[in-house]
Ligand binder design. Structure first.
Ligand code: F6P
Length: 567
């Protein structure tokens, strides 16, 4: 595989998507589907529950409970073809600079290429580079896991604390929790992200500095939260080891700090030996980086083999996305269905409901992946978009959500498409009854199936009245149904399955962004807040500084805060 100008695409050329033929047809078609209840849709097309499914890798994906007809899918696929989705997808895989505002390739898919692959981009074999770093990570984590790597006082490492934020935290934190059954050493990980000191203080409170190693994970190595926490962690370590806390060049630092970054210069300036720096590249976006060296903490916990299986899972989905025909292509179909609700039904959000407690952080992870990618108002040419873009993602593990917000999903006035994720075999199971019979996992999954069924088909007033319910209460008990969901099932939550799931969402983000014509790979919207926080810091700490805010609200807030702090 080589990058080749033959595959070139003019990514600056944006089309007004709403003016396409397929868009017009979809608009007209929506009214027809809107008038149908899913009960009717299933009655007229009884085989859809078996047909509107895609099996890919270990995933079984059922999209039949969506408010789509087979014709809807055809129209959505026409839209995808009209914007040359396949050409745009190939441009990403070939390493073209599709991140136009930063003039970068977007090659997270190269992070999971097998060792024998070659991918030349701008004359460089990026697959070889990736495996060079993976090998270095493997050697380092082997030495941690075997106890060969010693801290300053000669003790083996027992706790790895990953300090990072955003993509340098959410991915490893989510994966570590999801794969806790694969942690096969005495090494445990903790994650610190927030610049709120409570995070670091709480995390370090019961740790022994002699057996603690910090991974400072930051692509840029200039993120305020991460560098502030890293500096405080270094002071803590030196203090705890009985060394002057200001002696940042003390050799103890190199024994207890390693870095994951693209910025060697800043890593070295911090006092971390660049021999203990694990690199990645500007073509890996932060929110797409859990499968890069950013996953170092995960590798330390589960080992390089299991980490390799995790990467293999991504690669399974990459190959599918790249080669499956569009009508059987899971990220394409799910991305298009998401766009269908977003743009033709006015749905504002999408809820993700893993029936797996171990995936408790999955929705938070997806929030960055999806919303930092597709929360954009201009297209890649800089023109204001003509339709809504990225949905709001949220979610909690089932069954907790059932006892919190499902009321709104079932009977509220808003349409919230839902993704249910569940597993055939549990990571843990317990009997239901005191005599040892029954399975709590069966109980969990019966809830999964019940919820998707009730959302889709509901219960009518007649059915409720037939049960002898007090007529005054009937209306309150009506379950309207007609509420869409995807069911994603896998045999069990393995490293490979988790990789497949993450890549499934990554590529849906791509599909939607490509159709909207936006750049899913920059994040300029986070910058202004960072610079203004720096300016405001100078104002809130200095009693002598005037409160120079030119709006009366911020001015009053700053004054209030300074008063509280006695300034
Ligand atoms: O501010 C947003 C962001 O740039 C994310 O895109 C990124 O994942 C996060 O900050 C952390 O950045 P870094 O890895 O450079 O510290």
């Amino acid at each position: 595989m080589t990058s080749d100008t033959e595959h070139g695409h003019d990514n600056h050329a944006a089309t007004d998507i709403t003016g396409t033929h397929a868009w017009q047809e979809l608009s007209a078609h929506q009214g027809h589907v809107y008038a149908m209840h899913l009960r009717e849709v299933f009655a007229v097309d009884p085989k859809r529950g078996r047909d509107l499914v895609i099996d890919v890798g270990d995933l079984h994906i059922d999209y039949s409970k969506h408010r789509v007809l087979r014709e809807t899918i055809d129209l959505l696929l026409s839209l995808a073809r009209e914007v040359d989705l396949e050409g745009k997808r190939d441009a990403m895989f070939w390493g073209e600079h599709i991140n136009t505002s930063e003039d970068r390739a977007v090659l997270h898919t190269a992070l999971r290429l097998p060792a024998e692959a070659t991918l030349k981009v701008d004359g460089q074999d990026v697959a070889a580079d990736v495996h060079g770093v993976l090998d270095a990570m493997g050697t380092f984590t082997d030495s941690l896991r075997s106890g060969e790597w010693k801290g300053h006082t000669g003790k083996a490492i027992r706790t790895v604390v990953n300090i990072g934020i955003g993509g340098s935290d959410l991915g490893p934190a989510m994966v570590y929790q999801a794969l806790r059954h694969y942690v096969d050493t005495d090494i445990h990980c903790r994650f610190v992200s927030n610049v709120d000191p409570a995070d670091l203080v709480g995390t370090l409170a019961d740790l022994d500095a002699e057996t603690t190693l910090f991974i400072i994970a930051s692509k840029t190595f200039s993120t305020l939260e991460t560098l502030t926490n890293a500096t405080a962690a270094r002071s803590w370590l030196l203090r705890e080891l009985g060394i002057d806390a200001t002696d940042s060049n003390n050799p103890a630092v190199a024994k207890h700090f390693v870095a994951v970054s693209t910025n060697a210069e800043k890593v070295s300036a911090f006092g971390i030996d660049t021999d203990n720096m694990f690199g990645f590249w500007d073509w890996v976006g932060g929110r797409y980086s859990v499968d890069s060296a950013i996953g170092l903490s995960v590798m330390a916990a589960i080992g390089k083999e299991a980490f390799g299986e995790f990467l293999h899972g991504f690669n399974v989905m990459d190959k599918h996305f790249r080669s499956a025909p569009l009508h059987q292509n899971a990220p394409v179909i799910l991305g298009l269905i998401g766009l269908w609700y977003n743009n033709f039904w006015g749905a504002q959000s999408r809820v993700v409901l893993p029936y797996s407690n171990d995936m408790a952080r999955f929705a938070a992870y997806l929030q960055q992946l999806t919303m930092e990618s597709n929360g954009k108002s201009v297209d890649s040419a800089g023109h204001h978009v003509t339709t809504d873009t990225g949905a709001i993602y949220w979610g909690e593990p089932g069954t907790n959500g059932q006892h919190a917000f499902y009321q709104l999903l079932h009977q509220g006035t808003r349409l919230v498409p839902a993704d249910f994720i569940g597993f055939g075999s549990p990571t843990d199971d317990l009997p239901v009854d005191a005599d040892g019979s029954g399975s709590m996992h069966d109980l969990l999954m019966s809830n999964f199936f019940a919820q998707t069924k009730v959302l889709a088909f509901g219960k009518t007033a007649d059915e409720i009245a037939d049960e002898g319910v007090d007529p005054h209460v009937v209306a309150h008990k009506v379950m309207p149904g007609n509420r869409p969901s995807t069911s994603i099932l896998a045999p069990e939550l393995t490293p490979s399955v988790l990789g497949q799931l993450i890549a499934l969402y990554e590529h849906q983000v791509f599909v939607e962004g490509a159709i909207w014509g936006i750049n899913s790979f920059d994040q300029w919207g986070v910058e202004l807040g960072k610079t203004q926080a720096k300016e405001l810091l100078a104002v809130i700490v200095d009693a002598a500084a005037p409160a120079p805010q030119d709006d009366s609200s911020t001015d009053a807030l700053v004054r209030w805060y300074r008063e509280q702090r006695g300034r």
